[in-house]
Design a protein around this ligand. Structure first.
Ligand SMILES: [Zn+2]
Length: 286
């Protein structure tokens, strides 16, 4: 059963300057002007590309997200307890992710960047493992939490910002994108930006829900058979709310994209047994 695990906690990258005038007939994956509305949901429309079959919704987050009012939201006791209460759920998965990273390299002294760091838990686990940690989290309340709980100063600037692209070009041993790729405005650009801050021979670790999972196909069948009346899980898989799912990749689309970006794929897991039908991909910059 798909769930929106942490979806309201997490976000990733990519400000993108042409958001307000973005033409959704332009495919966010292959950039051809061949995308068309396919599924009309309650609050959003899923576009599908005729050329590459990428699925994405007609919504983009406006970034930087931090309006003055957002910046003013204090991390009060209630917010702190709420975020804290949700940590154990994510900790189990993030500890598995840490083991995956450690299977491929030694973290001692490694420079790591966690994009979409949320409450900072994975950055904390990396630091515990001896890594030198950097993290990106555009939502102020989570940065405040990470600072208070873990003593980690996450950056507000998204990965496309000059801060990273000029200051950290070819710098990192490891970049991680856990549960982020489905949330960003422009995933192909995010991946390219991540590639550019990784050093030659450095590593990228990424997980994201798999679109060609059974529940997605059943939802598509249901939508067609009911003439759009019953889209089943499609309603919960996509959302125009800030930082929710904007696109879902098939395994083939994800593999093709990472290879086109210049990564070589070291390891790919895609199993129905994985939580939330996620794909996990491990790549190296050549
Ligand atoms: Zn396309």
């Amino acid at each position: 059963m798909p769930q929106e695990k942490q979806a309201d906690q997490k976000m990733g990258a990519n400000s993108g300057e042409q958001i307000s005038e973005y033409d959704f007939s332009r495919c966010k994956l292959c950039a051809a002007n061949t995308a068309r509305p396919k599924y009309t949901l309650k609050n959003t429309t899923v576009y599908a590309c005729d050329a590459c079959d990428f699925h994405f919704i007609n919504h983009l987050d406006s970034l930087p997200s931090e309006t003055p009012s957002d910046a003013a939201i204090p991390l009060d006791r209630k917010a702190l307890d709420y975020i804290e209460g949700r940590l154990p759920d994510s900790e189990k998965q993030l500890r598995k992710n840490l083991l995956l990273v450690k299977r491929h390299l030694s973290l001692s002294g490694a420079h790591c960047l966690d994009i979409g760091a949320g409450a900072g838990l994975f950055a904390h686990l990396l630091a515990e493992a001896g890594a030198v940690v950097h993290g990106i989290e555009p939502q102020s309340i989570f940065r405040q939490f990470a600072q208070r709980k873990f003593g980690i100063a996450l950056k507000r600037e998204t990965i496309d910002a000059r801060y990273w692209q000029q200051g950290f070009s070819g710098f990192f041993d490891v970049v991680t994108l856990w549960d982020v790729f489905e949330h960003v405005n422009f995933p192909a650009e995010t991946l390219q930006n991540a590639y550019d801050v990784i050093k030659p021979g450095g590593w990228l670790f990424l997980d994201t829900p798999r679109r060609n999972a059974l529940y997605y196909r059943i939802s598509e069948w249901s939508y067609r058979l009911s003439n759009g009346e019953n889209p089943l899980f499609l309603e919960s898989l996509y959302s125009p709310l800030p930082f929710r799912h904007k696109q879902l990749f098939t395994q083939r689309q994800l593999l093709k994209l990472v290879e086109k970006t210049g990564f070589s794929v070291v390891h790919m897991q895609s199993s129905l047994l994985r939580q939330h039908n996620k794909m996990v991909i491990v790549c190296r910059k050549q």
